[in-house]
Design a protein around this ligand. Structure first.
Ligand code: 0WK
Ligand code: BGC
Ligand code: BGC
Length: 924
């Protein structure tokens, strides 16, 4: 390394020898000049130190360390893949900040893989200094004005334009089109922008301009545009490196390494923002007095220290400070300075590059310094060139050390012996000072010899790359719009829910009066909730939910002990003959009695039968129709207690005393009522859904008596079977209903309960796949399979503790080839479907408790609701959404939801116990 001096100057014939540090000594220069040039010499060890410290800071920031704040920010950019080349379309690109006091507008046409490359049309606009330092609104209005001026001159249809915003400053991105400015750098310091979403500021300015309908669909850092603009054939470039007025790099990082993203697969582009690298330990030794004075004079003292040693906005200033210093010490220009030499910013990057040029440089030195009011001696031109070369060389080397840190990180994170990678380069320092790249290349080779790096100059400063990202963003935005359109019918507002509540209250009143109503409001002959005096051993059956259970319930003064056994009801039995079903039930009872040593005992039995039954008494229930996938023959219209007793009779030697048949909602209310006497509503949200409550007997037509209460089984699953839910019904609900074994029935249930939510989601996913929004439009056999998307997946996918990666794991087990965006959309579909279900359920409960409050003429009602059902119990947000909807729609009811611990079997036993107690009292 040390043998290499400022490139270009070496080659010239008769040039004086150079120092062992590779810097030539001008024959007549004093010690002072030497000392000056010495300061800009960065040793290999120092470069390695910088490389190591920058690498350390990168890994701290990736790991999410906040204090002490890492020296670099490592900002995720939401760009998840390098270009496929398939992107197509016309895109507007606005570049702000990369090239200092100018912004550029481009019209880029992407032709996809087939089409040839179209040259972008572009126009550069100089930004007045007062705009770069003024109010933010002024800057964005200026940008919007430039956009219009550019479009005015463009012979293209300017309908619905999509714009990619290349914004070259450190930003926290929260989406491809949402980015908050952290702090200005380079020559910008507009007020009212830091901490704000710059996309919104641009959108507002474009709206104020009002000339064109431009949709800002993506915002990217210029390094990302540079990386993405890499010519397909030569790339893909996985690192973007910019050295223009400022400097920075981005690269494709393993998503699992970026702590702030809950991703474990794929890659994401990270903007390093190495301009802010300023950790004293590494930079302290290489910072010169000139760097300190430049920093003190800058718009942001103490910040962007690394950038101020490399960026084109500062190199000219460093040269000026050195020349001014040497002139003031009498070493240069006869010790004379000039106002221009002493004024900040008078020497620009292009001046330095021209003066340093080995061929024409010397002449340019004279011309440029003359313009600054200086007279340059013959040998002094060369000295000035040395100063330029020293500062440019140092910049290139420091940049190489930073790039080496990124490359060695990539090599380690990809566990590769030899990293082969392409780096896209962009920026005027590369364009104006070609040696910058060769010094950079050499130094990188020296610092990371195990990396085979090819440098690809970006073709048009990244404009195409920004258009690529914009194309991806436009596609994703279009997908998002299609997703929102698809899910919009599931987003129910207050008015819609209040309408459901009102319709249900009306249907309840009609049902109670025995008029036509989709709510049958079935009397259950349960007139009281338990009063704690119940005692004895009871058998209970619990049929109709996920599991069929046989229970032994012992009710003592000390409480209720339950022993139960779960048995399965095979689909062939549930959809076989009624005799087969009830024989199977008796088989299970006999098995249970044997296991519990109860054989031969005739305990009172309570039968939880979770299907719509018209009860004629506590132990008489005519099955009106099956629901929830049951369809056993010869049962509908039959008294299921008789069917059970006949099955018991068919199985000689079994004596059972069936005392009561109750609906699972009633069993659940009774079970919870045993603990909390205010529990007067039973709610089931499981395979099916339904509710019951204690109604005033005077309101129940068809049941004698005006005093007291009777529990009414609402059978609200059928609510809307008269079409009253038509406005809320979506095409997906229709698909599920069509495919069910009871089309046209149980409309409310099919929008709420566990048997159907998974199917609704599956149909929505199929629809979104057909639109190309999901799974890249690939329909998979698995997703066409009925019931493949279980409702329990919704509960799993929506659980807060589950990271997106786990969502993806569930879906991959379903054989769905998905990206993280797909996983996010599936999550949103699940949330929309379950939220609607919970809100509709909440509207139903609100109707019930308001009915009870009005029944009792109360201003305020305090009441408890006993709840059971897998969906309600397992879904992470369902119960909360139900309670919130009830609070919203029935604010005068203080409702407590009690999750039933022992299921409705206990409730059935308690109903049986109450019946037995009342029966004994009758005999007394
Ligand atoms: C458990 C109850 C049972 C009810 C079931 C409903 O004991 O009576 O039918 O909850 O929930 P599912 O099992 O359908 O999710
Ligand atoms: C900004 C970066 C940008 C770089 C090159 C720096 O000042 O912080 O975001 O990429 O300049 O333009
Ligand atoms: C049945 C109801 C039952 C509910 C919950 C519905 O399908 O019709 O009787 O209460 O499911 O299990």
């Amino acid at each position: 390394m040390d043998s290499i001096g400022p490139v270009g100057l070496q080659q010239r014939e008769g040039a004086p020898s150079c120092s062992q540090e590779g810097l030539p000594y001008p024959s007549d220069s004093s010690e002072l000049v030497l000392e000056c040039l010495q300061q800009f010499k960065v040793t290999r060890t120092q470069l390695q130190q910088i490389q190591a410290n920058l690498l350390g800071s990168m890994e701290q920031a990736l790991a999410g360390q906040v204090s002490p704040a890492p020296a670099v920010r490592m900002l995720p950019t939401y760009v998840g893949s390098t270009p496929h080349g398939t992107e197509q379309g016309d895109f507007l690109v606005l570049e702000l900040g990369a090239t200092g006091a100018s912004l550029r507008v481009l019209w880029v046409t992407l032709m996809g893989t087939e089409g040839h490359r179209m040259e972008p049309r572009s126009q550069e606009f100089v930004i007045p200094p007062e705009v770069m330092l003024g109010p933010g609104q002024q800057l964005f209005d200026f940008a919007a004005h430039c956009l219009s001026e550019f479009l005015d001159a463009l012979p293209v249809s300017t309908q619905d334009l999509q714009l990619g915003f290349s914004f070259s400053f450190p930003c926290h991105q929260t989406g491809l089109d949402r980015s908050t400015l952290i702090s200005w750098t380079k020559g910008f310091r507009c007020s009212g922008v830091e901490g704000h979403d710059v996309v919104q500021l641009l959108r507002d300015a474009i709206k104020r301009q009002g000339a064109y309908n431009i949709d800002v669909v993506a915002v990217v850092n210029d390094t990302v545009g540079t990386m993405m603009g890499c010519e397909p054939g030569v790339g893909p470039c996985e690192v973007g490196l910019v050295v223009d007025t400022g400097t920075n790099a981005c690269y494709m990082e393993e998503a699992r390494h970026v702590a702030v993203l809950d991703e474990d697969r794929g890659r994401v582009c990270v903007s390093v923002e190495w301009g802010s690298f300023g950790d004293d330990e590494a930079l302290g030794p290489v910072l010169t007095t000139f760097d300190h004075s430049l920093d003190q004079e800058s718009l942001n003292p103490g910040a962007q220290r690394f950038e101020k040693m490399i960026g084109g906005l500062y190199l000219g200033e460093l040269v000026r400070l050195v020349l001014a210093h040497l002139a003031q010490r009498g070493v240069l220009f006869g010790g004379r300075t000039s106002p221009a030499l002493l004024s900040r910013g008078s020497i620009l990057l292009e001046h330095v590059a021209e003066m340093e040029d080995p061929l024409a440089g010397a002449a340019r030195v004279h011309a440029i310094l003359q313009d600054l009011g200086l007279s340059v001696g013959a040998s002094e031109a060369e000295l000035v060139q040395y100063v330029c070369a020293a500062i440019l060389t140092r910049a290139a080397r420091l940049c190489a050390a930073a790039l080496a840190a990124v490359l060695s990180h990539l090599q380690h994170s990809r566990e590769q012996q030899m990293l082969q990678i392409a780096v896209a380069t962009g920026g005027r320092v590369f364009e104006r000072y070609p040696s910058f790249l060769s010094i950079l290349q050499e130094t990188v080779k020296l610092l990371v010899p195990e990396c085979d790096v090819s440098f690809i100059p970006s073709v048009d400063g990244g404009g195409r790359g920004v258009a690529m990202v914009t194309a991806v963003a436009a596609r994703m935005a279009a997908h998002r719009r299609l997703l929102e359109e698809t899910l919009a019918p599931f987003r129910l507002n207050h008015e819609q829910l209040a309408a459901v509540q009102a319709q249900m209250q009306e249907a309840m009143a009609k049902g109670l009066r025995g008029e036509a109503s989709s709510l049958r409001m079935l009397p259950t002959y349960v007139r009281a909730t338990p009063d704690g005096s119940e005692r004895g051993d009871f058998l209970a059956l619990d049929l109709g939910g996920t599991n069929f259970r046989v229970l032994l319930v012992r009710v003592t003064a000390g409480g209720v002990q339950i022993t139960n056994q779960v048995y399965s009801i095979p689909e062939c039995v549930a959809q076989g003959s009624g005799q087969q079903l009830f024989d199977h039930i008796v088989d299970c009872i006999v098995d249970f009695q044997q296991k519990q040593g109860l054989s031969g005992q005739s305990l009172p039995l309570g039968f939880t039968f979770s299907f719509p039954c018209r009860q004629l008494g506590l132990d008489q229930g005519i099955l009106l129709n099956w629901t929830k996938g049951f369809s056993a023959s010869d049962c509908e219209g039959q008294d299921v207690v008789c069917l059970l007793r006949e099955a018991i009779r068919r199985r000689q030697a079994v004596k059972l005393n069936v005392v009561a048949i109750v609906n699972d909602t009633v069993g659940t209310m009774m079970s919870c009522g045993y603990e909390d006497p205010r529990c007067e509503v039973g709610l089931i949200v499981g395979t099916g859904t339904n509710a019951c409550y204690m109604e005033e007997l005077r309101n129940v037509a068809g049941v004698a008596g005006d005093y007291g209460h009777m529990c009414i089984n609402m059978e609200w699953g059928a609510f809307g079977d008269d079409g009253s839910l038509g406005l809320l019904r979506t095409s997906f609900d229709a698909n599920v209903d069509q495919a069910s074994i009871n089309p046209g029935k149980q409309s409310f249930e099919k929008m709420i309960s566990g048997m159907y939510l998974g199917e609704i989601v599956r149909h929505i996913l199929l629809h979104l796949t057909s639109l190309g929004v999901l799974f890249r439009g690939q329909q998979t056999q698995r997703l066409q399979t009925r019931d493949i998307f279980k409702t329990k997946f919704l509960s799993e996918i929506e659980s807060d503790s589950l990271a997106l990666r786990q969502v993806r794991a569930i879906l991959e087990d379903l054989g769905l080839p998905l990206t993280s965006d797909d996983a996010l959309m599936v999550l949103e579909v699940c949330q929309a479907v379950s939220q609607r279900a919970a809100q509709l359920c909440g509207a139903g409960v609100a109707a019930v408790v308001e009915k009870i409050r009005e029944n009792r003429g109360l201003d305020e009602l305090t009441i408890s609701v006993g709840v059971d059902g897998t969906l309600y119990k397992l879904h992470p947000h369902f119960s909360g959404l139900v309670a919130a909807t009830v609070r919203e729609l029935a604010p005068r009811c203080a409702v407590t939801f009690l999750q039933s611990e022992d299921g409705s079997g206990k409730g059935a036993a308690l109903v049986t116990a109450v019946a037995c107690r009342l029966a004994q009292m009758d005999h007394v």
